[in-house]
Design a protein around this ligand. Structure first.
Ligand code: DMJ
Length: 592
């Protein structure tokens, strides 16, 4: 009974938390998990204006560590070669490539100009009305996120002028009540570190350190687990803090790259120590979860205990946790085998339980990664397809190279192909945020069966009792192969082009550049506004162009346009043999 009460209380807290996230920005509900499909929710509501600025480095800690976990020592191990050996380029191919590169740069410059004129120092430009908003603490998220793209695109004047204003940003104050630690880490800390790595400008490392000092206070809890939706002002006032009982696993598991690099660049081990304590918990819990090998979407950081939630995925709310394991391994020069162990263990489970081959009219030999509900001895796969999970192709391919596993590289290729297929399947060539497909019984062969597809569409849409189910299928605007579209938006996300870029650099095959160009032209034609580019409300319409919404997240210029630019650059520009990208596409240098 006591156990039931405790479990009931846990569920009630989890449900309340999930409902809170859901109300923030999710217009749809996930069928199997009933949790919103994205971990990067915004920071939260405004609070009364703050007096003064917190000097984070000087605020005493309530729970300082007694002994510091040091960075691994020794010379970095040589990593296997990642990039394809590109030979001399054919003249016509070079010509085409350079024209495409110019088009991508023009798209970026347009957005940058409008941001500069209309929303300078704000987090985001509103690309239709020209207004602005501050969902990320008001620390100029778009500016910081796009700094390294400016450098890579050789926009030197803009880079140096922007850098001067970065110097004035005060990370000791915000009008937001809560700070999203994950978002601040990947966008601000990641952005500043990468811009520093590329330019060598000391002020950028200084600002990265200021962000690091701030975020370090989110770890000031009795068990040193960080608070992910963090009460900035409570911490600034020196009040006691405790880690949360319901935390999204990506938010606690995707701090390793930036924190490790910050420790390496400052020679201060405290950030590496902070994330190492988290990864020790991941190691302890890996074999105890409901789907051993993987970690569930919601975890209890206070206990810590990762054994309650039954939902598992490589997609939203878990994604970058897995992505960071091979990348952190590389960043630490291969000197911490824990990251290899965690990655290999989790991928074994992910391959077995989350991957499926969708049934398509072309009998395409592709893969997708869905959602798994693990209860008792059962693990049931729900063949969902999220835009967010399109990063997985690149992760498997890169991880396969790092750990010399060709089977993983092949899986990566099929996953990336799955997203290319999904883009092409929609009327305007852009895939939606969340949809469902029909999973073939196995991944080796699968023939299209129109009747199975129609039955599945009808079942999902609950059309069984309708007079004319086929007419209703038409009303659902589903390309063949799609059994439901649960969220019809495209919000300028990067994951598909991210994987296509990685596959191109790893294989050297031109098909990936061709796929990238199709994606770019489709996105550019449909998302352009008078000022910049806007998210789309519905990519499934066919009789008119997709309607837009007044939003341009900072990852459009930080990630999406950067990957489009890099796939048409010379392959030695930010080579995958020299850099690993954080989950916001900020390149961090691999120590050699
Ligand atoms: C970005 O902030 C990051 O790529 C994150 O890992 C997931 N969501 C967005 C882009 O879609």
């Amino acid at each position: 009974m006591a156990l039931l009460r405790r479990y009931g209380a846990y569920l009630a807290i989890a449900a309340a938390f999930v409902y809170f996230l859901y109300t923030l920005s999710f217009p749809y509900q996930s069928e199997p998990s009933e949790v919103p499909h994205r971990h990067n929710q915004h920071g939260g509501s405004k609070q009364a204006p703050q007096q003064g600025s917190y000097k984070w480095a000087k605020i005493p800690l309530k729970h300082p560590v007694t002994s510091m976990i040091p960075l691994p020592t020794g010379s970095p191990l040589p990593l296997p070669k990642i990039q394809f050996d590109f030979g001399t380029e054919d003249k016509t191919a070079k010509n085409i490539r350079e024209k495409r590169l110019t088009e991508v740069k023009k798209a970026f410059e347009r957005c940058w100009r409008s941001y500069r004129e209309r929303a300078w120092m704000q987090d985001e430009l509103e690309p239709i009305t020209g207004g602005s908003k501050n969902p990320f603490g008001g620390w100029a998220a778009t500016l910081i996120d796009a700094l390294d793209t400016l450098w890579i695109m050789d926009l030197q004047e803009e880079f140096h002028s922007a850098m001067k204003d970065v110097a004035a940003i005060d990370f000791g104050r915000t009008d937001s009540e809560r700070v999203n630690v994950f978002e601040t880490n990947i966008r601000h800390l990641g952005g500043l570190l990468a811009a520093y790595e590329l330019s060598g400008e000391k002020i950028l490392l200084q600002k990265a350190k200021e962000v690091g000092e701030m975020l370090y206070h989110a770890f000031d809890t009795p068990n040193r687990m960080p608070i992910t939706r963090w009460d900035f002002h409570k911490a600034g006032a020196g009040k006691a803090q405790v880690a949360d009982e319901t935390v999204l696993v990506a938010e606690i598991g995707s701090l390793t790259m930036e924190f490790s690099r910050l420790s390496q660049l400052t020679n201060d081990p405290k950030w590496y120590d902070a994330i190492s304590r988290i990864m020790e918990v991941f190691e302890k819990q890996q074999g105890k979860t409901r789907l051993p090998g993987m970690w569930p979407i919601v975890v209890n950081a206070r206990k810590p205990d990762f054994t309650q939630d039954t939902g598992f995925t490589l997609a939203a709310m878990a994604d970058s946790l897995y992505e960071y394991l091979p990348k952190t391994y590389a960043l630490l020069g291969g000197l911490n085998p824990l990251y290899k162990k965690l990655y290999q263990g989790s991928m074994k489970t992910a391959i077995r339980h989350t991957l499926y081959r969708p049934m398509t009219p072309e009998n395409a030999d592709i893969l997708m990664s869905g959602f798994v509900r693990a209860e008792g001895s059962e693990a049931n796969l729900y063949p969902e397809m999220q835009h967010l999970v399109c990063f997985a192709g690149g992760m498997f391919a890169l991880g396969g190279k790092i750990f010399e596993n060709e089977e993983h590289v092949a899986i990566g290729r099929k996953l990336a192909d799955g997203c290319v297929w999904a883009y092409k399947a929609l009327p305007f060539g852009i895939m939606p945020e969340v949809s469902h497909l029909y999973a073939c019984p196995n991944t080796t062969e699968c023939d299209w069966d129109e009747q199975i597809w129609k039955d599945e569409v009808a079942r999902r849409a609950d059309l069984g009792t309708e007079k004319d189910p086929l007419q209703n299928i038409a009303n659902l605007r589903l390309p063949k192969g799609f059994t439901a579209i649960n969220d019809r938006r495209y919000i300028l996300r990067p994951e598909a082009i991210e994987s296509v870029f990685i596959l191109y650099r790893i294989t050297g095959q031109q098909q990936w550049q061709a796929a990238a160009w199709d994606m770019f032209t489709a996105i550019q034609q449909n998302t352009q506004t008078d000022l910049a580019n806007a998210a789309l409300i519905d990519v499934s319409v066919s009789d008119s162009s997709p309607p837009k919404m007044d939003s341009m997240e900072s990852f459009w210029m930080a990630e999406t346009l950067k990957y489009f630019y890099l796939i048409f650059s010379e392959p030695n520009v930010i080579s995958l043999d020299d850099y690993v990208f954080n989950t916001e596409a900020h390149p961090l240098k691999i120590p050699k």
